[in-house]
Design a binder for this molecule. Structure first.
Ligand code: GMT
Length: 378
């Protein structure tokens, strides 16, 4: 089928998921058209079935806020008409679902054809930004106007019904990971550089926003570090990075905390890591944690949102209440001190990640698309 994917091109989970979905669909023979304002970070290399359409937003002195949503809708119209797309799949409701609705109406008026729009809800588009009164009416409207709606976890589905007046069914299609890609042998030389004295390696990866509770990451590591030789890798970047750097200095941990910035080859970094810390205030799913699990890294997280759906308490890692730094530290230390238990948990993490392997989840999206097949041979 010919599918238009609208997403954020950045390191955020929704953009990563949308890009990996598009790449996997292209491998299966679908023609994929990415429509966004920048080449998506995970869209590297050439694939004969993948097209990228950049949304240009012309500026004008009158515009304090250049109208991205209009430019996006117009680009969608152009791509739908010129490439005869079968459907649009919008990832993250704001502003993708409403721009898709506008594009659909324009195409309908021009050609009489109603192009199906599928909206996948990812998290903060519902639980944080979308709920704000400034956006809520448009978000509710555009979700209800979507032909199909999916959510990346059961928890996000519940949250959506709780906070918005949604009249339609929401199908849960969990996020996925390419286990084969992440299930790598650790590169000994790389581990040696990071942890020359065989220290345990702790990792956190995110966009360093408030919701990730970066101060908790630093406190938990301070406690682990006081109990055993260890190193912390901080991957990503964002508004809370200065806080993390301040706390590193305040706790005197400069020699053992490394800020790696945004990284594309996460599989190599995760492969040498022992424990992934994710003490978030909320995660609809926690794709970063799933990727860690696929690399046999144990997850110490909160039990917020959909994290319980992937991180099984006492098996693949531990989940604690939001802000319970003591419990998260205690659990991490106990695991790291018990080699046999750590090994079992790592094994369990990989086993659990396999349930979310790309090969199980892509067919669910394909089955959904097939409902909108125009020719009968999709
Ligand atoms: O908060 C982020 O990390 C970015 C955000 C996004 O949409 O780019 O992530 C959300 O979507 C991811 C992919 O579905 C989920 O794995 C994350 O849990 C979710 N973030 C939150 O709910 C805070």
């Amino acid at each position: 089928m010919k599918i238009g994917i609208v997403c954020y091109p950045t390191f955020g989970g929704s953009g990563v998921l949308a890009t990996e979905l598009g790449k996997a669909l292209a491998e299966k023979g679908h023609e994929i058209h990415f429509i966004t304002y920048q080449q998506p970070v995970r869209l590297n290399g050439f694939h004969t079935n993948i097209f990228y359409h950049e949304v240009r937003v012309p500026t004008y002195p009158l515009f304090d806020y250049p109208p991205y949503e209009l430019a996006l809708a117009s680009t969608m119209v152009d791509v739908i008409l010129n490439h005869d797309l079968d459907l649009i799949h919008a990832h993250y409701a704001i502003p993708h679902a409403s721009a898709a609705y506008t594009a659909k109406q324009i195409v309908k008026q021009k050609t009489g054809r109603s192009v199906p729009v599928i909206t996948t809800l990812h998290g903060t588009d519902i639980t944080l930004v979308g709920r704000d009164k400034t956006y809520e009416p448009v978000v509710t409207f555009s979700i209800n106007e979507s032909d199909s709606i999916t959510a990346v976890s059961e928890n996000l589905k519940e949250e959506t019904y709780k906070h918005f007046d949604i009249k339609k069914d929401i199908e849960v299609i969990h996020n996925f990971v390419d286990v084969q890609r992440y299930n790598k042998k650790p590169v000994a030389a790389f581990r040696q550089v990071i942890a020359p004295n065989n220290e345990k390696i702790i990792i956190h990866a995110s966009n360093f926003r408030k919701i990730k509770r970066i101060d908790n990451v630093m406190e938990i590591f301070k406690n682990i570090h006081a109990a055993l030789p260890s190193k912390l890798l901080m991957v990503g970047d964002g508004p809370e990075r200065p806080l993390a750097e301040d706390l590193t200095r305040q706790y005197g941990l400069e020699a053992d905390v490394r800020f790696l910035g945004k990284q594309e080859q996460m599989e190599e970094i995760l492969a040498v890591s022992d424990v992934f810390l994710l003490p978030s205030e909320y995660e609809s799913f926690g794709l970063a944690a799933l990727e860690a699990m696929a690399a046999s890294t144990v997850v110490i997280s909160t039990d917020a949102g959909g994290l319980n759906e992937i991180n099984i308490n006492g098996e693949t890692g531990y989940t604690s209440a939001i802000g319970d730094v003591e419990s998260m530290s205690k659990n991490a230390i106990a695991l790291l001190k018990d080699e046999a238990k750590l090994k079992t948990f790592k094994h369990n993490a990989l086993k659990e990640a396999k349930l979310f392997d790309i090969h199980h989840i892509i067919p669910k999206y394909e089955a959904l698309y097939r409902k909108y097949c125009r020719t009968g041979d999709c």
